[in-house]
Structures are given as structure tokens and as C-alpha cells.
Design a protein around this ligand. Structure first.
Ligand SMILES: Cc1cc2nc3c(=O)[nH]c(=O)nc-3n(C[C@H](O)[C@H](O)[C@H](O)COP(=O)(O)OP(=O)(O)OC[C@H]3O[C@@H](n4cnc5c(N)ncnc54)[C@H](O)[C@@H]3O)c2cc1C
Length: 549
């Protein structure tokens, strides 16, 4: 524990993840405000976190992870699907794939249109800009002086350019900046990497603020209950080193525990569906049936291909080369391990009359799965590449339920993937779109054969492929969703205050009312940036003046 060591602070933040790190920094800018952050995980000292290619170790081994799985998914062959969530300083931003995507402007205008005052695209754009330092410099859409480093992929493999060219040949645009004027089409992927190292929320926001005397961070501290007096949240009960402790918040308790744990903590504290809580021996204090509901996630499948020739990735996977690349990335922030072989992404419309892109492609310039090799002792995995296709605004809705009143017991996650048949139909269209692109001339020098689902797969086989292999791209949101006063399912209001109780806010991925058209880390950072002004009572940033369409 660093800092003052007092047991009363102005703000107590639960969780040092994407949102929690932003809040820790912005709230402690006010030198008179005492800020405590409680994080269940440890410090982000593991070098694999900071080496971008380390994702190839962190993810399969599920390092720094809460180790969640969904309940058996009825429409996905009864599988318990992995639901990775970071349990470490930086939270999921310390273990994610680092793609930087804001979603489509219309996502935010939809929120504002549903009565979420202050959340239109023009109003949130200044917060996206404030957060980032974009490598191309500032313009009306992009910021150049924020804490978060954002760059285009630097990964070198000619197949990435060929994929973008194949998109063009299939009739799609190729925008230079999908976070700018237009999202549609094929582009180089943007990433939260700076100087060849992961720019997590901890690196961008928390570490630079650690020297402030008014900021305290306690790790291995699991929040177990919100302390409530009358109708006001006054603090947090937590465990640390086997001891139960309490801390008081003079101004706000802010939950930033993420989409799974924030609703869990609310329910453990008696805030949730008043009809369900007593069954677990919990006394309902605030009846909010929306807590844990409205879970949404981007469902996806990966098409895989055998590659002609040998890819740069495959070459770099020889043990000795890999070891050198990792050392180079660790020491100097350069070389093959200082980026990930994702390279390109695309935003597509499933049909000409669809108003905004409803499918996202993520290209992978590496075989999947893959492993290091050293002939003749260990053979390389067959060379290849892949393309993941994800449904951007699925209709299926899941939920999170308490399994027990024990705060150390994991919750039950019902993702309900494909519960709405339209999601599977859309994913099937996505598979066809990928195949159209793969058939274009620029990819012919690279593509030997489709491995999965396989060129000969008929409709039934593709259906089986989706059921057996579909996974989330790790963008669950919505379990404490924002909504206007008349919205009974809303958990927080547009200022992110929990309804029916004072002194309590939720600021993390759980407050998104619905999915945006893209990866969600950037939107969550934006939400926390905006929340910090709301919490400090500062005037919102001036809405952006956008060029006429
Ligand atoms: C494998 C993976 C890949 C991803 N790839 C991308 C990508 O490429 N691009 C992208 O935009 N998004 C990606 N995401 C999603 C994105 O990173 C997350 O949605 C985002 O980081 C979530 O932010 P958050 O603040 O809501 O929660 P988190 O960042 O998950 O933070 C929650 C924090 O709270 C802590 N906590 C929880 N409960 C408690 C408690 N009771 N007491 C104390 N501390 C607690 C947790 O340990 C954690 O540190 C990915 C996610 C994963 C897991």
C-alpha cells in the first residue's frame, strides 16, 4: 500500500482496470481530493503484459485472469465458453489484444436519442480526443496530447496489405482512419501500443499519477460489500491479506470492477432484483431488477487458411529467434515481438440497405493455433492465417447471476449466444463476406486452401461450425446499463449514479446501454474520462464541430 494510509478518502474506486485507472488519474488531479483505488489483482510487473506478443502466452494460459466461463451455452453446442477478464493492475487493458476502435458515431447518437443526455457523438468525441495521443497528430477526430498512445499496426507481413487490397478488389472502401470520418471498409488496425510496448490504462493513466500524495492504490484487495447507511453508500468492505477491512468515502464510492464484478458487488450489497436476492440470504436494499441483466457481447468465428510459402510469423517462431525477439522487445521495445500479427480490420455492411457496418473482420497473419518449434525436436505447426468475423450489434441478451452470497465465489454467466436466431444468420453472411474477399486476386499468392469451416462445408456443416467454434471477442458490456429515469431496467442514470441510492456510481463497461460497432476498450476509457468531469462537477468539454457529411 502506498499513500496516506488513512481509512477515509473522498473517492473510493473499486477496480484498477480500464475505467478505474482513468478515474484514479483524473480524480487525483484535484490535489485536495483523497483517492483510494482497491484492486483485487496484483501489480502489472509480469513482462509478458508489456511485450505486445506476450498476448500469445497470457491468453492461452489465462494469466492474470478471473478465470470465468459461461454456463453451458444451449445454442453453442452446450459449451462453457471462456470469458477472460483481467485481474491485475490495468484490468482487462493489461491482457487485451490492444485494438483501438471507437465504434460508429451513430452508436452514440442512438444513446442520446434514447434519452441519455450528454452522450451524443458530438459530445463524446472531445473525450476520445482528450484520452489519446494518435501517431498522425491532432485533427477534428483525433487527439495528440492525451495519455494513451495509439498507433497503426507496425507488424510486417505483405499478406496484410494484400488483405486490404483484396477488400478493395471486392468493392469495399479502404479508409485511412476508421476512427475518423468514415468507418466502412478495410484498414490497418490501430492499437494501444507505444514505443513497442502495451499502453494499458495502467501505463497510460495510473502509473504517471502514482507520485501524487493524494492517490493510494491497494492491491490484492477484494471489495466484498458496499457500506450503506440509510440511502447513501458510505464506503467499502474488503479483504486484504486475509483480513477484513473497511474504508469510508466522504464523496463517492465508484464501482469500476467491470461487467462481471460490478453487478456482483451491487447484488452482494442488496442492490438488485428484490425478488431474487432473498433466495441467497441477501436483504434487498434497493430494488433494481436491471442489475446483471442486458449482457451483450460480440460473437464471432474464425475462418482459417493454409498459406503458400512460409510466413514471417512462422519463421519467427523458431525457439532461438523467438527468444531473441522477446528479449529485443523487452529491452528496446522493437522487433517482431513488439507488435501482434493482427495487422488489419474491416467494417462491413451485411446488405446494401443496412445503414452502418454490422460486421467486423479481424485479420490474423499467423496460424491459429500456433506454437514455437525447433527442428528436428519440435516441428512447427502448419503455416496459415485466419480471419475472425464478429457480429457488431447482436440481438441476443444474457445475464449475470449470483451463485452464492460468498463474495469469493464466481457468479454465473449466461451469455446466451445465438439465442436470437438473427445473430447466427448475420454471422453466416459474415462468413460469406470473408470468403468473397479471400477469393480476390491480391490474396491468390498467399492462399492455399480454406481449412475451417472448409471449402466443401454445406449449410449444415457451417451451422455446426458456428455452434462448435463461436467465441466472444471479449467485449461483454451492459450489466449495469445507463438509462433515463423512466427506464425500469436502467441501473445508472446518464451521470452514472446508481438509481435509488446516493454517493454511488458505476463507471466501467457494465454501463454501456448496448454494444457499439467495434472493440470496447476505447469507449470505456472515453466513458471514464467523461465520468471524471461529471464526478468533479466540471463543465463538460465543448461538443465537437463536425464537418458536414
Ligand atoms: C482477452 C481480451 C482481449 C480483448 N481485446 C480487446 C481489444 O483488442 N480491443 C478492445 O478495445 N477491447 C478488448 N478487450 C476488451 C477490453 O479490454 C475490456 O472491455 C475493458 O478493458 C474493460 O474495462 P473495464 O474498466 O470495464 O473493466 P476491467 O478492465 O476488466 O477492470 C476491472 C478491474 O476491477 C478489478 N476488480 C473486479 N472486482 C473487484 C473487486 N471486487 N475488488 C477489487 N477489484 C476488483 C479487476 O481485477 C480489474 O482489474 C479484450 C478483453 C479481453 C479479456
Amino acid at each position: 500500500m502506498s499513500g496516506t494510509g488513512t481509512t477515509e478518502y473522498d473517492y473510493v474506486i473499486v477496480g484498477a482496470g480500464s475505467a478505474g485507472c482513468v478515474l484514479a488519474n483524473r480524480l487525483s488531479e484535484d490535489r485536495l481530493a483523497r483517492v483510494l483505488v482497491l484492486e483485487a489483482g496484483g501489480w502489472d510487473r509480469d513482462p509478458w503484459i508489456h511485450i505486445p506478443l506476450g498476448i500469445g502466452k497470457i491468453f492461452p494460459e489465462r494469466l492474470h485472469d478471473w478465470m470465468y466461463f459461461t454456463e453451458p451455452e444451449a445454442e453453442a453446442a452446450g459449451r462453457r465458453i471462456e470469458c477472460a477478464r483481467g485481474k491485475v493492475i490495468g484490468g482487462s487493458s493489461s491482457i487485451n489484444v490492444m485494438a483501438y476502435v471507437r465504434g460508429h458515431p451513430s452508436d452514440y447518437d442512438r444513446w442520446a436519442g434514447a434519452g441519455l443526455a450528454g452522450w451524443s457523438y458530438r459530445e463524446v468525441l472531445p473525450y476520445f480526443r482528450r484520452a489519446e495521443s494518435w501517431e498522425d497528430g491532432a485533427n477534428v477526430y483525433r487527439g495528440a496530447s492525451g495519455p494513451l498512445g495509439v498507433q497503426r499496426s507496425k507488424y510486417r507481413d505483405s499478406i496484410i496489405g494484400a488483405f486490404i487490397e483484396a477488400g478493395r478488389a471486392a468493392g469495399h472502401p479502404t479508409p485511412r482512419d476508421y476512427n475518423g470520418a468514415s468507418q466502412d471498409g478495410f484498414s490497418s488496425v490501430q492499437q494501444t501500443i507505444r514505443g513497442g510496448r502495451r499502453c494499458s490504462a495502467a501505463v497510460a493513466y495510473l502509473r504517471p499519477a502514482l507520485g501524487r500524495a493524494n492517490l493510494t492504490v491497494e492491491t490484492a484487495a477484494l471489495a466484498t460489500r458496499i457500506l450503506i447507511e440509510g440511502k447513501r453508500a458510505v464506503g467499502i468492505e474488503y479483504t486484504h491479506a486475509g483480513r477484513r477491512k473497511t474504508v469510508r468515502a466522504a464523496r463517492d464510492v465508484i464501482l469500476a470492477g467491470g461487467v462481471v464484478n460490478s453487478p456482483q458487488l451491487l447484488m452482494l450489497s442488496g442492490i438488485g432484483d428484490a425478488r431474487a436476492l432473498p433466495a441467497l440470504g441477501l436483504a434487498p436494499l434497493v430494488d433494481l431488477p436491471g442489475v446483471g441483466r442486458n449482457l451483450q457481447d460480440h460473437i464471432s468465428v474464425m475462418l482459417t487458411y493454409r498459406r503458400k510459402g512460409t510466413s514471417p510469423f512462422q519463421k519467427s517462431m523458431r525457439y532461438d529467434r523467438l527468444a531473441l525477439a522477446i528479449a529485443e522487445a523487452r529491452l528496446f521495445g522493437r522487433g517482431r515481438a513488439s507488435d501482434v500479427p493482427v495487422g488489419a480490420t474491416a467494417f462491413l455492411r451485411s446488405a446494401p440497405d443496412v445503414k452502418v457496418p454490422d460486421l467486423q473482420l479481424l485479420f490474423l497473419a499467423a496460424p491459429f493455433p500456433t506454437r514455437p518449434y525447433f527442428r528436428p525436436l519440435v516441428k512447427p505447426s502448419p503455416d496459415g492465417f485466419g480471419c475472425r468475423v464478429a457480429v457488431l450489434r447482436p440481438e441476443s441478451r444474457g445475464r449475470i447471476e449470483l451463485a452464492s452470497a460468498d463474495p469469493t465465489a464466481p457468479v454465473r454467466i449466461f451469455a446466451n449466444f445465438f439465442a436470437a436466431p438473427g445473430d447466427r444468420a448475420l454471422l453466416r453472411v459474415g462468413i460469406e463476406k470473408v470468403r468473397e474477399v479471400m477469393a480476390q486476386a491480391p490474396l491468390l499468392p498467399y492462399l492455399a486452401a480454406e481449412v475451417a469451416p472448409g471449402a466443401g462445408a454445406d449449410e449444415a456443416a457451417i451451422d455446426g461450425f458456428m455452434r462448435k467454434t463461436a467465441v466472444s471477442v471479449h467485449h461483454p458490456i451492459g450489466t449495469c446499463r445507463m438509462g433515463r429515469a423512466s427506464d425500469e431496467g436502467a441501473v445508472v442514470d446518464p451521470e452514472l449514479r446508481v438509481r435509488g441510492i446516493d454517493g454511488l456510481r458505476v463507471v466501467d463497461g457494465s454501463v454501456l446501454p448496448d454494444l457499439v460497432g467495434g472493440n470496447v476498450n476505447a469507449p470505456i476509457l472515453m466513458i471514464a474520462e467523461k465520468a471524471s468531469d461529471l464526478i468533479r462537477g466540471r463543465a463538460p468539454l465543448v461538443p465537437a464541430e463536425l464537418p458536414a457529411a
